[in-house]
Design a protein around this ligand. Structure first.
Ligand code: SAH
Ligand code: SF4
Length: 352
């Protein structure tokens, strides 16, 4: 018999599942789960027989932590094994002030297949359920207090919109996390951006533009064919209009590929009419990834600086994310479990 896991459910779902137990019992259990409790045994305000009964009937978590990797800069990566043995990863990032950000996955693998991304190179396994998304946060919460959530782990969140929205409802509702502290990063799924905008959930949006040269974008991100730049621009403007927030555009800089002057000009033209900050991300090396027959390479520091300056000259606000910095992109772009190895060797950057 497959036992139902309790972590990651909304309070209402938990109350339903635990009936005929009174609602206050479900609230107690929810409170423990929100703290990342290690066992039913540890739920000390429940009677002992109740703790035993719950332990017999339910699982606490559906995922088990198969590996926990830690970096000197405070980054922690959890490798989680789900009930059907699907593997996913979730990351805890630390900024200079010690504030923690949870980077969560929404899919196992990713169907979008961007040429520069490790997750994309794995292919697509399946969508995660809402509790599986929330549970990643709960596992990370047991390590540290979390200030922000970024939906930038494995997968394309807007291709799993229903589970994403259900998870957001748990975060902002039962778990009391402010909407402004949650950022969703998309590769630019027009339909999903519009749907998310009309739901007015208030989460921040980041779009991985990478380049505003349409031909190059289609080569680097195959999803761009069905989501052309003019329609993406309109969808982002609509999101901004509905949510009234500054957007982030992410550009992973690939050495010698999307750092040309025409890429900077094209970005300048694309952002017209939008209130944005462009986040420049140095590509994190993943062996075996090629473009036009040549291995991808990191941009030089000079290349990144020159590109940033070209954007700033056009009056665009730019932030830079270096690999040794808070590491969000590094962690996100490199996530992916290799079933043939014990440990994901590409994470050596963040485990050194
Ligand atoms: N699918 C979503 C969210 C996950 S990817 C998206 O594409 O936005 C999160 C971020 O990592 C994206 O901005 C993506 O462009 C970036 N990324 C992917 N591969 C990378 C790599 N090798 N180095 C640095 N960033 C990378
Ligand atoms: Fe998927 Fe994002 Fe990676 Fe592209 S960058 S393959 S959308 S996870």
């Amino acid at each position: 018999m497959i036992r139902h896991a309790l972590a990651g459910l909304s309070l209402a779902e938990l109350q339903n599942l635990l009936q005929p137990l009174p609602a206050f019992r479900a609230r107690q259990v929810f409170h423990w789960l929100a703290q990342g409790v290690p066992s039913f045994e540890a739920m000390t305000d429940l009677t002992l027989p109740l703790r035993h009964d719950l332990a017999n009937r339910f699982l606490l978590y559906s995922a088990t932590v198969s590996q926990q990797l830690e970096d000197n800069d405070g980054t922690v990566k959890l490798q989680l094994s789900l009930q059907d043995n699907t593997r996913i990863e979730a990351v805890l990032l630390s900024d200079n002030e010690g504030r923690k950000t949870a980077c969560l996955s929404t899919q196992a693998g990713c169907p979008v297949a961007c040429v520069f991304c490790k997750t994309g190179s794995l292919g697509f396994s399946r969508n995660l359920s809402s509790p599986e998304i929330v549970e990643q946060f709960l596992h990370l919460s047991s390590i540290a207090d979390i200030a922000n959530i970024v939906i930038m782990g494995m997968g394309e969140p807007l291709l799993n919109l229903e589970a994403l929205c259900a998870a957001l409802a748990v975060f902002t509702g039962d778990l009391g996390i402010s909407r402004r502290r949650i950022t969703i990063s998309t590769s630019g799924i027009v339909k999903g951006i519009r749907e998310l905008a009309s739901k007015r959930l208030g989460a921040r949006l980041a779009c991985s533009l990478t380049t505003a040269d349409p031909t190059l974008r289609e080569q680097l991100m195959p999803i761009a064919r069905a989501n052309p730049l003019p329609r993406l621009h309109d969808a982002l403007a609509y999101y901004q209009q509905e949510q009234g927030q500054r957007l982030t555009l992410e550009a992973v800089l690939l050495g010698g590929i999307n750092t040309r002057e025409i890429d900077a000009r094209a970005l300048g033209a694309f952002v017209r009419g939008l209130d944005v900050v462009i986040n420049l991300i140095t590509w994190n090396p993943i062996s075996g990834l090629c473009f036009e027959g040549k291995p991808l390479r990191e941009p030089s520091r000079r290349e990144v600086e020159r590109f940033g300056a070209l954007l700033e000259q056009q009056g665009i606000q730019v932030t830079r994310r270096f690999r040794k910095g808070i590491g969000i992109a590094g962690a996100c772009g490199q996530l992916g479990f290799n079933p043939h190895k014990q440990m994901d060797t590409t994470m050596s950057d963040t485990t050194r």
